[in-house]
Design a protein around this ligand. Sequence first.
Ligand SMILES: Cc1cc2nc3c(=O)[nH]c(=O)nc-3n(C[C@H](O)[C@H](O)[C@H](O)COP(=O)(O)OP(=O)(O)OC[C@H]3O[C@@H](n4cnc5c(N)ncnc54)[C@H](O)[C@@H]3O)c2cc1C
Length: 245
Amino acid sequence: MLKSAEQFDAAIIGGGVIGCSIAWRLAQGGMRVVVIERGEVGREASYAAGGMLAPLAEADKADKFFHLAVASRALYAEFACELKEASGIDIEYRTEGTLYLSLTNEDDEELDHRWQWQHTAGLNVKRLNAECVRKLEPQVNERLRWALKFPDDHQVNNRQLMAALPLAAQKAGAEFLPYTEARELLIETHSRPETSHRRSDGLRRGASHKCHFSRRKLVELAPYYMRGLARRFQSRASPWPDGRD
Ligand SMILES: Cc1cc2nc3c(=O)[nH]c(=O)nc-3n(C[C@H](O)[C@H](O)[C@H](O)COP(=O)(O)OP(=O)(O)OC[C@H]3O[C@@H](n4cnc5c(N)ncnc54)[C@H](O)[C@@H]3O)c2cc1C
């Protein structure tokens, strides 16, 4: 049976790869976590994806996001092992690299640009002619002109990932509330009760509400009580990393 809402330290809205990963890590850290998902857990973008861990194959510049994605990819092998241990599910982490094919003039231009900047930056990217590609992938599209190979870009089976993550999170103690839509987010703070109001971004501060969860149906008003966030409101001027009010 679901605990009373006030027994949770964190409520996560959305049971995709992001929500389930956060839930797993928070639960591992000893927090009492609930994941609120309006449909079936792990069946939206995270299920539809291709499982590519390919920061190089799709990057056109080395901006901060690129460096974050590369650093994240470097953690994936260990993450996959830990997840298998925790859930018993193999997410089929593969490291043979990614081929990016050129089939048209437009592709030529795009891949050439990628090759130029990545090669100049000393990144691990290789230019392969059609013959070399066919040796690697004999069934490749007949219109193939040439390709880039990104040996360090990896892959997982994202559907296995979305089976493993909720399971690992649950085993660590997280609770899941599927078929429940969060319609409103209210944050309780005791520090400035006089400022209770609904903000244009949907948050209301200074309010004191109990949480209500409604199983198997959409709830009209779901003031999920995020105790962890409320604590941050009490201890800091702003709970947001960029300091906004
Ligand atoms: C066709 C396709 C291919 C892709 N291929 C790749 C790829 O190869 N590699 C890659 O890295 N990325 C890929 N992506 C991107 C990747 O899928 C997303 O970046 C990732 O899944 C986002 O995870 P998420 O948890 O934020 O979103 P989601 O998996 O969409 O999860 C969000 C969840 O929140 C729920 N939700 C939303 N609002 C509410 C609410 N109010 N109350 C309750 N629940 C709510 C939704 O139902 C959903 O389940 C691809 C995406 C698509 C669509």
